[in-house]
Ligand binder design. Structure first.
Ligand SMILES: Nc1nc2c(c(=O)[nH]1)N[C@H]1C(S)=C(S)[C@@H](COP(=O)(O)OP(=O)(O)OC[C@H]3O[C@@H](n4cnc5c(=O)[nH]c(N)nc54)[C@H](O)[C@@H]3O)O[C@H]1N2
Ligand SMILES: Nc1nc2c(c(=O)[nH]1)N[C@H]1C(S)=C(S)[C@@H](COP(=O)(O)OP(=O)(O)OC[C@H]3O[C@@H](n4cnc5c(=O)[nH]c(N)nc54)[C@H](O)[C@@H]3O)O[C@H]1N2
Ligand code: SF4
Ligand SMILES: [Mo]
Length: 734
């Protein structure tokens, strides 16, 4: 019997040190040997900030031999609190994804045919700038739409649009959170944070925080509800992971949340459970509110919501008793219904009257750390009116963000003027807008579409030129201040050099600007920009501090109450918290939230709902192999009762049809959804054949969603579509 031989002994014995050295360049072996102290491998840890979703969690990237080996959470950020989610970890795969766009491409076939000509950056810039110049010459600068989603380099893109002379910048908020932001701004004069860490009582309407991750809210909610035993009341037509962790889950009738909130107000005001002192000192229009909510009894709300009246009364009392450590959480994606703004305002008003404002465990105005600004050459403001007619149609909406769907509809109609070009940054409108057929039609009507993305998104697939951006791990971005109860500044530094012929957005913007004769407006480097931003931070050698730690957090603990002082003026017209809003009345809207029942689905139809899972971000990660392994496709959630009536078994292929489109996907027959609605996970059903894992995999909600938007904010209303469902194929095992 021979003695056991360790691999180490084998290596040593067989070929000696020479073998070990020869193996060193092969990184797997190098790591193996390094663990045993035999081969020194260059290993460094670079602090940076995640880009896989809007949270910007702090990351420590481990680089070995020039390759990113792993991403770890950086515990120093009070926003991400030592958390890095599955998507954050999988960012490594985005860098090394073989399907990436590796150099600029110019379309060589028909739009959507997938024929591309790889070109140099010079040729790509000349081509794109030539098209942009031609459109400006023929139709004026307003004839180019510039659309983008938030990100650290988005500002450079927006600035290029403005310097070019177009007023038509549309950003992602009116597909996401415009209604909730506007509702809180119109009530409190600001968009606050929610102190979930310290709250004792939390009510949430479909904010799926255990799956749709928002930092620090997700971690704080875990801490308070799981460890500290705060109470969580959760309303969602679906039994989500958040529902599973809640103390009480109510499968509310879709669109009924506002009735629930108004009835809570009815009980709390009727039983005089308000914070009278706070209301008298800081709120405007309480008498009008009291009179208004008299009509909204728990019995009435029970019929609207299918939540028992006794529960509504009990929850109202518990909520008021727990205040000020009680909050009705605002939610983020509020692109739900046509009266979403009013529903969110009802929540804001409820939070105000129980006196949770600016108290520990309540609804707290954000603190912010100031950053310096690099001065650059200013351009003349664009003079043309906006394509979305923002001032006339949405006078209260955020000016810089535009109203995306109104813009699309007006572009399609050619009113008030023609728009012939579309530049897209870090956004996939082919999936992010409802009624994909209309978005495609809009693209077809364009003389030119240019996309700046890291991969061949569905929108890129139909574009004329693709300007590939380096991934976040391959570039230095501007610093970002993240406001919050505990604010922080994060730095996204370059972890590795770009592995393909890609560029950072600022370089792309500069390449275009130079050829458009706008180079002087972008005459700075990213390093100068960052250095100027860092200057303001109250720490010795701020840039070195950020380079070393990746974050600068406000020192000390969070503080509360500064806006509760008697002389505090809120940033509203009355200077108080506006329960009643004259500004809304003047703009032709309800000055107090008035319930309008949602249209019920016609017989044999379902309302289609959508949302996320913890393992994907929107439509951007479904081609990431690591995340694909966790959640490979989507299906249609349908309740067993209607499924049985329609002869649909679990796993059967169904056709889901609305007025605007149809898709096919497998049925998930489950009691975890109400019988009157169906649910689809967003982000699947890709058209881009270059995304080999995501192409034609599952279905895109954008194919069936109809176009609707909230009346006040213009935010998309994604939950207003009705669909029929029919079986078109057997389950594979049947
Ligand atoms: N893992 C992950 N996390 C993310 C993101 C991601 O893509 N992936 N994206 C980030 C972004 S940008 C956003 S905006 C947020 C989105 O996070 P959320 O704001 O939580 O939104 P969704 O995940 O879309 O979930 C919406 C939920 O509302 C429910 N719902 C639908 N209609 C109604 C109704 O009438 N009443 C009630 N009470 N509920 C209803 C749906 O069933 C669904 O569970 O997540 C952020 N975090
Ligand atoms: N049908 C439908 N529409 C929706 C939603 C829905 O649930 N269903 N949700 C809405 C919500 S809440 C939101 S926030 C929006 C999100 O809408 P989008 O902002 O379009 O979100 P993503 O699908 O993540 O697409 C982002 C694109 O940016 C690219 N990208 C990622 N990182 C980078 C980078 O560093 N640089 C560049 N240049 N590109 C990058 C990705 O490859 C991807 O193509 O969609 C909204 N629209
Ligand atoms: S929540 Fe996840 S994907 Fe989003 S920034 Fe944080 S780690 Fe990245
Ligand atoms: Mo969003």
């Amino acid at each position: 019997m021979s003695a056991p031989v360790s691999r180490r002994a084998l290596l040593r014995g067989a070929a000696g040190a020479a073998a070990a050295v020869a193996l060193a360049p092969h990184l797997g072996c190098a790591r193996f040997l390094k663990r045993r102290g035999e081969v020194p491998v260059e290993s460094r840890e670079v602090p940076t900030a995640c880009e896989l979703c809007p949270n910007k969690c702090a990351v420590l990237a481990v680089v070995e031999g020039g390759r990113i080996r792993k991403l770890n959470p950086n515990p120093l950020s009070p926003k991400s609190r030592g958390m890095l989610c599955a998507r954050g970890n999988a960012a490594v795969r985005s860098v090394y994804d073989p399907d990436r766009v590796k150099q600029p491409l110019i379309r060589a076939g028909a739009r959507g045919e997938g024929k591309w000509r790889p070109v140099s950056w010079d040729e790509a810039f000349d081509f794109a700038a030539g098209k942009l110049k031609a459109i400006k010459g023929q139709h004026g600068p307003e004839a180019v739409l510039w659309s983008s989603t938030e990100g650290f380099q988005e500002e450079f893109f927006s600035n290029l649009g403005l310097a070019y002379g177009s007023p038509n910048l549309v950003r992602h908020p009116t597909l996401c959170l415009a209604s909730v932001n506007l509702a809180y701004s119109m009530t409190f004069g600001t968009v606050p944070s929610f102190d979930l860490l310290n709250a004792d009582y939390v009510i949430m309407s479909g904010a799926n925080r255990f799956e749709s991750i928002i930092t620090p809210d997700t971690m704080d909610l875990v801490e308070s509800t799981m460890n500290r035993k705060a109470k969580l009341v959760y309303l969602d037509p679906r039994f989500t992971v958040t529902a599973s962790k809640a103390d009480e889950w109510f499968p509310v009738r879709p669109g009924g949340d506002m009735a629930f909130i108004l009835a809570l107000l009815h009980v709390i005001i009727g039983e005089d459970r308000v914070d009278r002192e706070f209301v008298a000192a800081h709120c405007h229009g309480f008498d009008e509110l009291r009179a208004h909510v008299q009509q909204y009894t728990p019995k009435w709300a029970a019929a609207e919501t299918e939540i028992p009246a006794a529960d509504i009364v009990r929850i109202a009392r518990e909520f008021a008793d727990a205040a000020p450590r009680a909050l009705y959480y605002a939610g983020r994606r509020s692109s739900w219904y046509v009266n979403d703004f009013q529903m969110r305002r009802a929540q804001a008003i409820l939070n105000a009257v129980v006196g949770s404002w600016d108290r520990e465990g309540g609804v707290v105005p954000n603190s912010k750390i100031g950053l310096g600004e690099l001065l650059y050459m200013p351009w003349d403001e664009p003079t043309a009116p906006r394509i979305d007619e923002l001032d006339a149609r949405f006078p209260l909406a955020a000016k810089g963000d535009g109203v995306f769907l109104q813009a699309r509809e007006n572009v399609l109609a050619g009113t008030p003027y023609p728009v012939k070009g579309w530049m897209v940054y870090k956004q996939d409108p082919m999936n992010a807008l409802p009624d994909r057929g209309r978005t495609q039609k809009m693209i077809e009507g364009m003389d030119f579409v240019g996309v700046i993305d890291t991969q061949m998104s569905d929108t890129a697939w139909f574009a004329d030129v693709i300007l590939p951006e380096s991934t976040y791990l391959e570039r230095l971005d501007p610093l970002h201040g993240l406001p919050g109860i505990w604010p922080v500044v994060v730095m996204r530094q370059q972890v590795i050099k770009p592995i393909h012929d890609t560029r950072a957005n600022l370089e792309i913007v500069q390449g275009l600007a130079k050829r458009l004769g706008l180079g002087d407006y972008f005459d700075y480097t990213i390093e100068q920009w960052v250095a100027e931003q860092a200057k303001e931070l109250p720490v010795d050698n701020p840039l070195a501090h950020l380079q070393k730690h990746g974050v600068f957090a406000a020192p000390g603990a969070p503080f509360y109450g500064t806006t509760r002082k008697p002389d505090h003026r809120f940033l509203t017209r009355s200077g108080k918290i506006e329960l009643y809003s004259e500004r809304l009345a003047e703009a032709g809207h309800d000055p107090l939230p008035t319930y309008v029942a949602p249209t019920p689905p016609p017989a044999d139809s379902f309302r289609v709902l959508l949302g996320r899972k913890a393992t994907h971000t929107h439509a951007g990660t479904t081609n990431n192999a690591w995340l694909h392994e966790l959640t490979p496709t989507n299906d249609l959630w349908i309740n067993p009762v209607p499924a049985a009536a329609l002869g649909i078994a679990h796993g059967d292929v169904v056709e889901v049809a609305s007025k605007v489109g149809k898709v096919r996907l497998p049925a998930r027959v489950t009691e975890e959804i109400r019988p009157d609605c169906v649910f689809m996970l967003h982000g699947f059903g890709k058209k881009s054949r270059q995304l080999r894992l995501a192409y034609n995999n599952g279905a895109s909600d954008a194919d069936v969603l109809e176009t609707a938007w909230d009346r006040v904010s213009g935010n998309a209303a994604f939950h207003e579509t009705f669909v029929t469902v029919r079986k078109v194929g057997e389950a594979p095992h049947a």
